[in-house]
Design a protein around this ligand. Structure first.
Ligand SMILES: CC(C)(COP(=O)(O)OP(=O)(O)OC[C@H]1O[C@@H](n2cnc3c(N)ncnc32)[C@H](O)[C@@H]1OP(=O)(O)O)[C@@H](O)C(=O)NCCC(=O)NCCS
Length: 446
C-alpha cells in the first residue's frame, strides 16, 4: 500500500471522527426531491444514507414526486396545474400521485436493498418502514382557487415514527396524508419534511435539491454559496425576495428551513443532489457545501468548562506527540479547565489556548495555543489570541508571554518580542525546561 495513501487517508478519517461521535443517536429528516430521483441519483443517495445510518444516525426520508406525477399526467394527456406554488390536485392528478408514490416507494426500497459485494452497500442492512404517519387537512380555496385534493399537514404521529426509528429502521414517508374520514390528500414534500422535523424536534432537516444552496447575493447567480445563514438573515432575505413559487426560486426551500428553525430544529440545510456525495460533504466536513440555516452563529469562542476537557485533550494530543507542545496530563487540564478558552463549531472544539496568570509580576503565560490542522489559516489562532489578551487585560495584567520552539514567527508577526528566559517570573523560571530551549516571547498589552 502506498505511504502517500496512509498519510492522506488516516488524517482524513480521523478528521471525520468528531462528527461521527456527535451525530450518533441524532435524528435527521431528509427531504429528497422527486427531481433527484428523476435525475438517476437514488442509488448513490441510498448508499450514502445507509452509511450515515450505520454511523448511528436515525433517518426519516421524505420523498417528493413532482416530475413523476407530471409524467403520469402527461401519459394521461393531462396538464399539471399549479397555483400559489402548489399543485391543484383534481381527481386525475390524485390518481397520478398515488401511482407515482407507489412506484417511487418500490424504487426506494429496492435501492436500500442492494448489497452486492465490493459496493458501498455490501453488508448494509437497512430496514425501510413506511406508514400512515401523517394526518392531513385540505388546502381548500385560496383567492377563489379550489385546490381540491391538495392538502397540508395537520398532525404527525411522532410516537409511531419514534418507535419505528428506535427499532433501527429507516422511516420512509410519501407526501400523502389522510383525513380522519379516510380521504387522501396530496401534500408538498417540503411541508411534510418540515412538519415531521419540527414534530420530532429532529437535529437536522436536509433538503436535497436542484439548487446548490443560497447564494451570498441572491440576485447574482455567480456569487458564492452562503454556507451558514443565521435565522435572522434568512428571514430578512426572504422578506426582500418575490414570493417563491418554483422550487428553483431562492426563497422556495429557504422558507421551509426558516419554519423548521423557528419550530426548534437547530439546523436546516439546502444541498444540491447533482454533486455526488453532497450529503457526506455537508454533514461530515467543517464548512459543508450547501447552505445551513442556524438559529445563531455556530462558531463561538468561549471559556471552557469541565465538559470540554475531552475535546481539548483530543485537540492537543497530536501536537504533544510531535513535540510542538509540552505534554499535559488530563488531570492537569481538568484542574485548569477554567483557564482555557476554546473555539467551537457545531459542537466540536477546533481551537484552544490557556491563560496562566502571574499576578505579582502583572503578566500571564498563554499556553497550549492550538488550532486543529483542518481549520488552520482561517484566523482562528488570531481570534484565540485576541480573547486571551482580553482575559488578561480584564485581570489587570500588562503583558502575556509564550514559550515556543516552532511557532516563533507566528507570534512575532502578532506583536510579540523575544526576551531572555531570565525575564520569566521566578515561579515560571523554576519550571523552565532548559533542555527544550524554548524561546520566550512577550507581548505588551496596550
Ligand atoms: C499556530 C497556530 C495556533 C495558528 O493557528 P491558525 O488558526 O492557523 O492561525 P491564523 O489563521 O490566525 O494564522 C495563520 C497564519 O499563520 C501562519 N502560521 C501557521 N503556523 C505557523 C508557524 N509555526 N510559524 C509561522 N507562521 C505560521 C500561517 O501560514 C498563516 O499565514 P498566512 O495568513 O500568511 O497564510 C496553529 O498553526 C497551530 O495550532 N499550530 C500547532 C500548535 C502550535 O504550534 N502552537 C503554538 C505553541 S506555542
Amino acid at each position: 500500500m502506498s505511504t502517500v495513501f496512509n498519510f492522506t487517508f488516516v488524517p482524513w478519517f480521523r478528521s471525520v471522527a468528531p462528527y461521527i461521535h456527535k451525530f450518533r443517536n441524532q435524528t435527521f429528516v431528509i427531504g429528497l426531491t422527486g427531481e433527484a430521483i428523476a435525475a438517476g441519483k437514488l442509488a448513490s443517495i441510498a448508499q450514502d444514507l445507509a452509511m450515515i445510518q450505520a454511523m448511528g444516525v436515525k433517518i426519516v426520508l421524505v420523498h417528493g414526486f413532482r416530475p413523476q406525477v407530471n409524467e403520469q399526467l402527461r401519459l394521461k394527456g393531462q396538464e399539471a396545474k399549479y397555483s400559489h406554488g402548489m399543485r391543484i390536485t383534481d381527481p386525475v392528478a390524485l390518481d397520478c400521485a398515488q401511482e407515482a408514490a407507489g412506484q417511487l416507494r418500490y424504487e426506494i426500497e429496492a435501492a436500500f436493498s442492494q448489497g452486492l459485494p465490493n459496493t458501498p452497500m455490501a453488508g448494509a442492512r437497512v430496514r425501510v418502514i413506511s406508514g400512515n404517519f401523517i394526518t392531513a387537512r385540505p388546502v381548500g380555496l385560496i383567492d377563489g382557487v379550489d385546490f381540491q385534493h391538495s392538502g397540508l399537514v395537520r398532525k404527525v404521529d411522532t410516537e409511531g415514527i419514534q418507535r419505528t426509528l428506535d427499532m433501527g429502521a429507516l422511516v420512509l414517508i410519501s407526501p400523502f396524508g389522510f383525513s380522519p374520514t379516510g380521504e387522501a390528500f396530496n401534500l408538498g414534500m417540503e411541508d411534510v419534511a418540515t412538519s415531521v422535523a419540527v414534530a420530532l424536534q429532529s437535529d437536522k432537516l436536509i433538503f436535497l435539491t436542484e439548487i446548490p444552496g443560497i447564494r451570498v447575493d441572491a440576485n447574482d447567480p455567480e456569487s458564492d454559496i452562503d454556507t451558514e445563514l443565521p435565522l435572522a438573515d434568512a428571514k430578512r432575505l426572504i422578506a426582500g425576495l418575490p414570493v417563491a413559487t418554483l422550487p428553483t426560486d431562492p426563497g422556495f426551500y429557504l422558507q421551509h428551513c426558516v419554519r423548521a428553525c423557528e419550530g426548534g430544529v437547530e439546523r436546516s440545510h439546502i444541498i444540491p443532489f447533482k454533486l455526488d456525495g453532497s450529503l457526506l460533504l455537508e454533514i461530515y466536513v467543517h464548512d459543508g457545501i450547501g447552505t445551513m440555516v442556524v438559529d445563531e452563529k455556530l462558531e463561538s469562542v468561549r471559556e471552557a468548562t469541565i465538559d470540554d476537557v475531552s475535546g481539548i485533550v483530543a485537540l492537543i494530543e497530536p501536537f504533544e506527540k510531535d513535540g510542538t507542545l509540552v505534554k499535559r496530563d488530563r488531570t492537569e487540564i481538568e484542574r485548569d479547565a477554567g483557564n482555557y478558552t476554546i473555539i467551537e463549531h457545531d459542537g466540536v472544539i477546533f481551537g484552544c489556548a490557556a491563560l496562566y496568570p502571574y499576578p505579582e509580576e502583572r503578566t500571564a503565560e498563554m499556553a497550549a495555543l492550538t488550532v486543529s490542522p483542518q481549520s488552520q489559516s482561517q484566523g482562528d489562532g488570531e481570534r484565540l489570541l485576541k480573547r486571551i489578551e482580553t482575559r488578561a487585560r480584564a485581570q489587570g495584567l500588562q503583558s502575556i508571554f509564550v514559550l515556543t520552539t516552532r511557532t516563533m514567527h507566528w507570534f512575532i508577526k502578532r506583536g510579540f518580542v523575544q526576551v531572555n528566559p531570565d525575564w520569566l517570573p521566578e515561579a515560571r523560571k523554576r519550571k523552565y525546561n532548559w533542555d527544550r530551549r524554548s524561546q520566550v516571547l512577550v507581548k505588551k498589552l496596550g
